[in-house]
Design a protein around this ligand. Structure first.
Ligand SMILES: [Zn+2]
Length: 467
């Protein structure tokens, strides 16, 4: 049986993976900053984490998965300047920062559900973990890793001999750059805020807390170090995120956690997904609407068609988003679903040896750093194989789909045929409810009921079925 090998950003190579305790893989994924709807590129990161989780299970491991919700402290400028994104959005939308967080967290979770992404074992919010974050800063302070300037408490990167190893950051080059660009109150440009103090004059923040250093709010990187360690213990197995997190966010998470908890390495595997690239011209063509899952659905693209599209590229490869590529993926996905529907009824079986061969090949490629494009190629070979009977094909497809999550089994079988009108009305009803227009929401429910469509409101959003 092929062993599972994963690319570890820390060592820049594929390594054999096995949970530290041999049984349970403990995984943390950096979650969204909930000041707006997550665009399709953000969602790609969670499709990658979901694939990882499913492959770990496929290998017989238990998985404990944590995703955080950043609802405070993420500034508009990564260099600890600028405004809190939550407060900016609150002002723009005329809601409180807390309402903004609640609204976009709900939409995010609905999007994950549509993409057939398995719920994590733990959702945790930064604002629910202020004491844990303060404690972490206190621990760093006691060990001499912090200093105070006007606007907050900062981590002194010069005290950490291992700082920047993940990103292979060259601190001296950065400092030289800083000398060219001019002085900042920070001792080094790499130093980062642990606790930002509310300014004494000026507008009061909506989100701020008392601390040993004064009223303020946690730096963005702090929550991930504090919450991952709280829910997974230290050290833990895998930390995921987008590759844009490597130089600053993850580098700083490591510096905080390794020094506060005296553990190195704090995380055994760091895994990073590549970006989704948008071509300006193409986006104009689709009038800029196709950046969210809603936009896709309005264009008749099934969310699982988008999942299929994303699986068509290795998670470490940049993926170009174009209307043409997406439509091709949707067409191929619809074809696969049609095969699945047909094969589910099949009864004839033929060559049992071939079944084992296909299973081994699928495992080979998916265990080679989650090679989804090649796994999809094996799926198509199974569908087309003249040697296999229909029953065997379906047995293999449903097994592979535990990993790929394309909803080929009963639950989402009708997905590509979804009635766009019903979906549109459900979206309108959700919008009405968010706007507290319950009359309109009820009207839509009755209208659909009259047409024989039953709505079910769940924690993950509204589902529908025909009566
Ligand atoms: Zn994070």
């Amino acid at each position: 049986m092929t062993e599972l090998r994963l690319y570890n950003t820390l060592t820049r190579r594929k390594e054999r993976f096995e949970p530290l305790d041999g049984k349970l893989a403990r995984v943390y994924s950096c979650g969204p900053t909930v000041y707006a709807r997550q665009h399709l590129g953000n969602l790609r990161a969670y499709l990658f984490a979901d694939l990882l989780k499913r492959v770990l299970r496929y290998n017989g491991y238990g998985v404990r998965h944590v995703i955080n919700i950043t609802d405070v402290g993420h500034l508009t400028d990564d260099a600890d300047l600028g405004e809190d994104k939550m407060e900016v959005a609150a002002r723009k939308e005329g809601l409180s920062a807390w309402e903004i967080a609640e609204k976009w967290t709900l939409v995010f979770k609905q999007d994950l559900e549509k993409l057939n992404i398995l719920s994590p074992d733990v959702w945790c919010k930064a604002t629910d973990h202020i004491p844990e974050q303060i404690q972490l800063v206190q621990s760093l302070e006691q060990k001499g890793f912090t200093y105070r300037i006007d606007d907050g408490i900062y981590f002194d990167t010069s005290k950490d001999a291992h700082y920047g190893e993940l990103a292979r950051v060259n601190l001296e080059a950065q400092q030289a750059q800083e000398r060219i660009e001019g002085a900042s109150a920070k001792r080094s440009p790499a130093d980062f805020a642990l606790w930002k103090l509310s300014s004494r004059e000026g507008a009061r923040r909506q989100m701020e807390w008392d601390s040993p250093w004064g009223r303020g709010f946690p730096g963005w990187h702090l929550e991930c170090s504090a919450m991952s360690s709280k829910y997974l213990g230290t050290p833990f197995d895998i930390h995921t995120g987008g590759d844009d997190h490597i130089p600053v966010h993850h580098t700083n998470e490591i510096a905080q956690a390794e020094n506060a908890f005296d553990v190195r390495p704090w995380v055994r595997f760091w895994m990073h997904g590549a970006w989704l690239m948008f071509e300006r011209g193409k986006m104009a063509k689709s009038k800029g609407t196709v950046v969210s899952l809603d936009g896709l659905e309005a264009q008749g693209i099934d969310p699982l068609g988008y999942r299929f599209f994303v699986l068509g590229a290795h998670y470490r490869q940049q993926l170009n988003f174009t209307d043409e590529a997406l439509e091709r993926a949707q067409t191929a996905y619809a074809r696969l679903v049609r095969h699945a529907v047909e094969l589910r009824q099949a009864e004839e079986s033929a060559d049992a040896d071939q079944v084992g061969d296909f299973r081994a090949r699928f495992r080979d490629v998916i265990n080679d750093d989650l090679n989804a494009p090649q796994a999809l190629a094996v799926v198509w070979e199974v569908v087309r194989s003249p040697a296999l009977g229909g029953a065997e094909k379906w047995a293999l497809l449903s097994e592979f789909d535990e990993v790929l999550g394309l909803g080929l089994s009963e639950a989402r079988i009708e997905a590509p045929e979804l009635d766009a009108r019903v979906e549109g009305l459900i979206r309108e009803r959700e919008a009405a409810r968010l706007a507290r227009d319950f009359e309109r929401a009820d009207q839509i429910r009755s209208q659909l009921a009259a047409e024989g469509v039953i709505l079910e409101d769940t924690a993950q959003g509204t589902r529908w079925r025909r009566a």
